[in-house]
Design a binder for this molecule. Structure first.
Ligand SMILES: NC(=O)c1ccc[n+]([C@@H]2O[C@H](COP(=O)([O-])OP(=O)(O)OC[C@H]3O[C@@H](n4cnc5c(N)ncnc54)[C@H](O)[C@@H]3O)[C@@H](O)[C@H]2O)c1
Length: 319
């Protein structure tokens, strides 16, 4: 059995690849090191993994027409489990000219990989990293997979939903085994530098005010990256194309989350309130009943503990 992890040098992909290696699995890792944030950070994410002979890195672009390198990455006789995490992430930048990059990396790249998977065969599961952003503005919380109609509120969310639908229709029409997991605001060591906790930790250390978009009462379902990796691993046996929320059970207003962050850092933060940004939804809150019933998964990391891990790693990387 081979594991193909796309976006393996990214925040979540590198944690997943590390977990797979620790289980003794063979990992073919794909990443084209987009410069949405510093590629050096991505290289640092996988520096330890590259020393492991079971980890092979393919610096390739999944949105390109040439897919022959995929045949070289995995032997034709091997069964494969694909974890498709490669994407252009981030809500705020997905407007305007940047949208082309979002459609390329989120839709075209996914369709390429699905086509290759279908033709190749021997795919045990295609596990897609979807997002809470597919839901958009929801007032009837929590978000429940078969009750809440996905209506994205950002171009990013539109592309993630399009890719999720593509995965579903390759399962329905071509029998490709798949499962999609909608992640909710993932945090932890190596979190992308454009995400709130990363920005806040940096600002607190540099004694700068935290920029809050809105009045801080907006809620988020914060999910620790270790819990996400566990959810991904437990979902491996689920191949019927279902879509499940993967949310951390730490749903808090942003101001309360900042209180927890201040406790973790041991420092008070100054706050600077700014207008709400287009595409930022007011609330996210996952029902995780379906995932729990299907796989037995439950989130296990309280926000304070997860933030302490993130801060510890941030300090170690800088020293
Ligand atoms: N971080 C979160 O809170 C969150 C929430 C919801 C969903 N997700 C999803 O989880 C996945 C991982 O997110 P992340 O936060 O680790 O992001 P990330 O940006 O750290 O990782 C994504 C990686 O994919 C790579 N990539 C992009 N386009 C590619 C292409 N065409 N070919 C090959 N590699 C490509 C990038 O270089 C990057 O290293 C994404 O699919 C994202 O949409 C993340």
């Amino acid at each position: 059995m081979k594991y193909l992890v796309t976006g393996a040098a990214g925040f979540i992909g590198s944690h997943l690849a590390r977990q797979l290696l620790s289980e003794g699995k063979d990992v073919a890792a794909v990443d084209c090191f987009r410069d949405y944030y510093e590629p050096e950070l991505k290289r640092a994410n996988i520096a330890d993994l590259l020393k492991n002979s079971s980890f092979k890195l393919f610096e390739e672009d999944l949105s390109g027409k040439d897919r022959s390198w995929l045949d070289r990455a995995v032997d034709s006789s091997e069964e494969i489990i694909i974890y498709h995490l490669a994407a252009q992430a981030g809500v705020r930048k997905s407007w305007g000219e940047e949208f082309l990059q979002y459609t390329t990396d989120n839709i075209i790249a996914t369709q390429n990989l699905l086509e290759w998977s279908m033709k190749r065969g021997n795919i045990k599961n295609f596990i897609y990293a979807s997002s809470s952003s597919v839901y958009g503005r929801v007032t009837d919380l929590p978000m429940v997979e078969d009750r809440t109609i996905p209506m994205p509120d950002s171009p990013y969310g539109v592309t993630k939903l399009a890719a999720e639908n593509l995965v579903r229709l390759y399962t329905r029409n071509h029998g490709l085994p798949s499962v999609s997991l909608r992640f909710f605001t993932v945090y932890g060591p190596g979190q992308r530098p454009d995400m709130a906790f990363s920005i806040f930790i940096k600002a607190i250390r540099e004694e700068r005010p935290l920029r809050i978009f809105g009045d801080g009462s907006q809620t988020r379902d914060f999910t620790y990256v270790g819990d996400v990796v566990r959810g991904l691993r437990l979902s491996e046996e689920c191949t019927d194309g279902r879509v499940m929320n993967l949310g951390g059970g730490n749903t808090l207003p942003l101001l309360e989350a900042i209180g927890v962050l201040e406790e973790a850092v041991g420092k008070k933060a100054e706050l600077d309130f700014l207008p709400v940004q287009p595409g930022d939804v007011r609330d996210t809150f996952a029902s995780t009943e379906l995932l729990s019933k299907t796989t037995g998964w439950k989130p296990s990391t309280p926000l304070l503990e997860g933030l302490r891990c993130q801060i510890f790693e941030t300090e170690n990387r800088q020293n």
